[in-house]
Design a protein around this ligand. Structure first.
Ligand SMILES: [Ca+2]
Ligand SMILES: [Ca+2]
Length: 210
């Protein structure tokens, strides 16, 4: 009787041990003013592999970072738990048991059921939880409730760099086309053609609460 209880508790221990998420810090930047917490919008690069080393997905191959809100169930549990308290620029290796990944079902035809997932991730940016609220206010540097060409231009440049994180061909082309883009925006938004986009004219998100 006692023997079987010990065996049972050992089994439980093995199961819970296997179900543990492993987080290895591969790189931690010296300067870290802000650490990720639940509700933050995180922008990451990641590469996911199975335990046999085969790669099933990587944002690097697409050259397109991935953004999501942490702690809201948008991603697998292993990510929600394993990417907390992380600095911008930090790199981690997550070893995620199936219970915190895609479970017994797997995902698509790339992740078999019961797979342990290994992710190498880099945190590129931590944003606030409502990145789309009041873009007008964000663009309006001098708070005069009008958007000038300079303000729109600066904002677009910031967005491009923030999204890509680095100067890719795409960003270079966009920067080249940048003046044209600003003109297009003004043609569309500056209804009375006075060279400024007023709060009423602006068609993007401009309210504090959606
Ligand atoms: Ca302004
Ligand atoms: Ca106007």
């Amino acid at each position: 009787m006692i023997k079987s209880i010990i065996v049972l508790s050992c089994l439980v221990a093995i199961v819970s041990c296997e179900a543990e998420l492993k987080v290895e810090k591969l790189f931690v930047p010296e300067v870290c003013a802000n650490k990720s917490k639940n509700g933050d919008m995180l922008t990451m690069h990641y590469t996911g592999t199975l335990t046999d080393g085969s790669k099933f997905d990587s944002s690097l191959d697409r050259d397109q970072p991935f953004s999501f809100q942490i702690g809201s169930g948008q991603v697998i549990k292993g990510w929600d738990q394993g990417l907390l308290d992380m600095c911008v620029g930090e790199k981690r290796k997550l070893t995620i048991p199936p219970s915190l990944g895609y479970g017994d079902r797997g995902a698509g035809n790339v992740i078999p059921g019961g797979a342990t997932l290994i992710f190498e991730v880099e945190l590129l940016d931590i944003g606030n939880s409502h990145p789309t609220t009041n873009v007008f206010k964000e663009i309006d540097e001098n708070h005069d409730n009008q958007l000038s060409r300079e303000e729109v231009s600066e904002y677009l440049k910031k967005q491009m760099v923030a999204v890509e994180g680095q100067e890719t061909e795409e960003v270079k082309n966009m920067l080249k086309e940048h003046d044209k883009l600003v003109e297009e925006i003004f043609q569309h938004e500056d209804k009375d053609k006075n060279g400024l986009i007023s709060h009423d004219e602006f068609s993007g998100p401009k309210h504090d609460e959606l």
